[in-house]
Every structure is written in structure tokens, then in C-alpha cells.
Design a protein around this ligand. Structure first.
Ligand SMILES: Cc1ncc(COP(=O)(O)O)c(C=O)c1O
Length: 435
């Protein structure tokens, strides 16, 4: 434990945070963590307490915190040009667009840069509507695509929808997702994607639908549909002339053990969104990537002021190079498998499901493995708090708020995972004892 701040200075920083920084979230015990420095998978708070960061700074620092190559690339760029509006351009932004297009399916070939994920969603929605002249957009149950007013319309959570402070429009509607662990049709030997029955009728009742927006693998809860589910849904939407918008904001850039999650399914969406790690953790970048044919029908409504910041783009380009050079996409796949095996090996009665695709996902907690009853929220919070005290920074996610989301930087090692698993084993036993 070492820090540049004395205990009094650190306490004053915490007090100033409480007084001046708006935090419209519940703050569990010990949060927020005010970070003084960070390296790889480890962050150090102003008090000198170290944490293993299983949030990767909210799923952004895919190459690890403060990777020296990213810091160098950003610093070099800072001495050349910092910002130009999207009306013009900078070399890193041009190169990042080219790099993205070359990594993504052939169905998309031009990138529009914005300032973050929600804005990328907004632009994708506008583009789909303008190009098809249809206003409705379908999204999946359990979906999350951002919290700005437009993006919120494609967010499934009622809790989030209420934050608009007004009733949302009925231009968007949900269709079933694939939550196989809690399949509504009960256990069956072979999945025949029954959950998609009724989707065609629903879409036919909404002929004004321009697009389906979805993540290839839902980050909330780490829900990876079977390949046949995506094959069927893709065919259903194509046969109705609907566009497919795939949100790669969280799943992209190696998180799922592939550079982009569409690769798991061979999807060729007309529009793809990216964000989070795209800036290499330097500032924030969003991107909406689409095909010329579609973009030719776009008649505007995007703000170019801050999109594609040169320093963020230089850092994002470096991130992609690091992912390749250090084989971090492969490490993501390997560590996801390691995590899965280690979590199941605990044989803990509260571990209902372990779902990792690469390093996207986590552990679903239940009070009864046979009935799959969701573990009480208070117990889930107690588990999170205890992990926090032991220096493990995690988030809780999932439709029922009972999934420990464990998504470290892609450079995480098996030794880091062993530490989390050991802390979890201790925690689960201790919390159960207190019940
Ligand atoms: C899948 C997905 N889409 C969109 C967003 C919104 O991105 P941002 O928070 O950068 O606006 C997020 C952020 O968590 C996300 O996970």
C-alpha cells in the first residue's frame, strides 16, 4: 500500500467527491473508489488500497490500465494536433476508420465517429430511419444500448426507461432474447429456438419497422444465443427488409475472444456500433459503421464538434495493435475458459450458471440450483461488498441483478483469476453462514 496522498489528503479528496461530484447511483459500501493510479489489471485508490479491476474501468481498458504504448501514442499525438471537428479530419481518425472497416464484415465500409456509445446508438437509429423511411425499431428483451433519450427507447429495463421522466414513444418494441439458462420452455434435449415463435407475427404487425438493434451476445448477463437462434432471427429480419444494427460497444475489440462478437455467428449487419475500448481509454470515442448504400440515403443530423478526437483515435489505433501483438484476443478466449472451469470447480451451491464468452460474462447466483431461484439481492450485495473489501472490484449485472459481472482487462492472468476465485470461495461460504 503506497500512495502519494497522506491519510488527511485522501480523506479530503473523498469528502470533496461526496460534496461536488454528482453520483445518481446507489453507492454500495466502500464506493466510489477514487483511483490515484492504475497499471494493467490493478488500480490503486487515494488511500493506497489496491484492487484487481474486474471492471476494466467499465469495460474500456482492454489492454490493461495505462498501457505504456497507449500512453506513448497519445502523448506523441498531443504534440501534433489535439482536436479537429468531424467536418475535417486528422490522420489518426482516418487510420482508425480504415482499421475498423478492415476488421469488420464487408457489409460495412465507412465509420462516423462520435463521442461515446450512446451517441453511436443514436446515429445508428437515425441512419436506419432515414435510409428506410420507417420509424419503428425492434430491440431484444434485456437490451441495453445507452441512456441518452433516443438510445433509451431501445433499452429494455423499466428502471432505466423511467429516467426519461416522461413516457417513451411507442416507436420501439421488444422481441424475445435467448436466455437459455432460464428458457421459458423448460429443459429440453434439443433446442429448436421455440423462443422465436411469434416473432414473425409481431414483426408483421409492425410493418413500419426499419431495423432490429441487438448485441450479438448480450453483455447484460453475458447471454450468448445458440448459433441457430441468430441464423433464424437474421433470416426473419432479412426476409422483411429490416436492417440489422449490431451493438459492439461492449462486445467489441476482443472482449468475447474474437475481435468482434459478430464473428461468432457470421453476421453481416448493415450497421455496427462501437465504443468503450475504441478510445484506448483516452477520452471517449463512439463509432457507427455502415455501408455506402445506406449512407447515401443519410441526410444529416449528426454533430461533428467532438467526434473522432485525434488523441483518442491515436490511442485506439495503438490499442488494436496491442491486441494483435500481445495476442490479447486469444488470451481473452483462454482466460474466459479458465474462469469458467475455476468457477465450476468451486461446486458452490449458489453458483447456478457460469457464462463466459471470452471475458464477457460472469457467474449467475441462485439460492437453489434445481429451481434456479434468483439469489436474494441483499445477499448478492453482501457478496459484492465482501469482494470489494478483499480488493476485488466487480459489478453486478443481469436481468434479475444476480450476475457477478467479471470482465477484467484482456491481459488478465490465470494468477489474477485464481485470486478472485479464492476470494469468492471464502465470500460465498461466509455470506451463506450469515443467512
Ligand atoms: C452494449 C452497450 N451499448 C451502449 C452503451 C452506451 O455507451 P456509453 O456509456 O459510452 O454511452 C453501453 C455502455 O455501457 C453498452 O454496454
Amino acid at each position: 500500500m503506497s500512495t502519494e496522498y497522506s491519510p488527511a489528503e485522501a480523506a479530503a479528496i473523498d469528502a470533496a467527491d461526496a460534496k461536488y461530484v454528482m453520483r445518481p447511483w446507489p453507492n454500495p459500501a466502500g464506493e466510489p473508489v477514487i483511483v490515484a493510479s492504475a497499471k494493467g489489471c490493478t488500480i490503486t485508490d487515494v488511500h493506497g488500497k489496491e484492487y484487481l479491476d474486474f471492471t476494466a474501468g467499465y469495460f474500456v481498458n482492454n489492454a490493461g490500465h495505462c498501457h505504456p504504448r497507449i500512453a506513448d501514442a497519445a502523448t506523441k499525438q498531443m504534440h501534433k494536433v489535439l482536436q479537429m471537428s468531424g467536418k475535417h479530419g486528422t490522420v489518426p481518425a482516418v487510420r482508425l476508420a480504415e482499421r475498423l472497416v478492415n476488421l469488420l464484415p464487408k457489409s460495412v465500409n465507412k465509420a462516423f465517429f462520435s463521442t461515446g456509445g450512446s451517441e453511436a446508438t443514436e446515429f445508428a437509429m437515425k441512419l436506419a430511419r432515414q435510409a428506410t423511411k420507417k420509424k419503428d425499431i425492434a430491440y431484444l428483451e434485456n437490451a441495453y444500448h445507452g441512456l441518452t433519450l433516443g438510445a433509451l427507447e431501445t433499452c429494455a429495463s423499466e428502471k432505466y426507461r423511467e429516467t426519461a421522466g416522461k413516457p417513451l414513444s411507442d416507436d420501439t418494441f421488444s422481441i424475445p432474447n435467448a436466455y437459455c439458462y432460464r428458457c421459458k420452455f423448460g429443459p429440453h434435449a434439443e433446442c429448436n429456438v421455440q423462443c422465436l415463435d411469434g416473432v414473425e407475427a409481431k414483426l408483421d404487425s409492425r410493418p413500419n419497422t426499419s431495423a432490429l438493434i441487438a448485441e450479438a451476445i448480450q453483455a447484460v448477463g453475458g447471454l450468448a444465443p445458440p448459433a441457430k437462434w441468430w441464423a433464424k432471427l437474421d433470416q426473419i429480419r432479412k426476409s422483411r427488409g429490416m436492417l440489422l444494427i449490431i451493438d459492439e460497444i461492449q462486445t467489441g475489440l476482443g472482449r468475447t475472444g474474437k475481435m468482434f462478437a459478430v464473428e461468432h455467428y457470421g453476421l453481416e449487419p448493415e450497421i455496427i456500433t462501437a465504443g468503450k475500448g475504441l478510445s484506448g481509454g483516452v477520452g471517449s470515442l463512439g463509432a457507427t459503421i455502415a455501408g455506402d448504400q445506406l449512407l447515401g440515403k443519410f441526410f444529416g443530423g449528426t454533430t461533428p464538434t467532438s467526434g473522432g478526437n485525434a488523441v483518442s483515435a491515436a490511442a485506439g489505433l495503438e490499442l488494436i495493435d496491442i491486441l494483435v501483438d500481445e495476442k490479447l484476443v486469444e488470451n481473452s478466449a483462454k482466460m474466459g475458459a479458465y474462469f469458467t472451469e475455476a468457477a465450476w470447480a468451486l461446486k458452490d451451491p449458489w453458483i447456478g450458471d457460469v457464462r463466459f464468452t471470452g471475458l464477457l460474462g460472469g457467474i449467475e447466483l441462485v439460492s437453489n440450483r434445481d429451481t434456479r431461484e434468483v439469489l436474494d439481492k441483499k445477499l448478492v450485495s453482501a457478496i459484492k461488498d465482501s469482494l470489494h473489501q478483499q480488493g476485488m472490484l466487480i459489478t453486478v449485472s443481469g436481468l434479475y441483478g444476480n450476475v457477478l459481472r467479471l470482465q477484467p482487462p484482456l491481459s488478465v492472468t490465470s494468477a489474477d483469476i485464481d485470486r478472485l476465485i479464492a476470494a469468492l470461495q471464502k465470500t460465498l461460504a461466509a455470506v451463506r453462514k450469515g443467512v
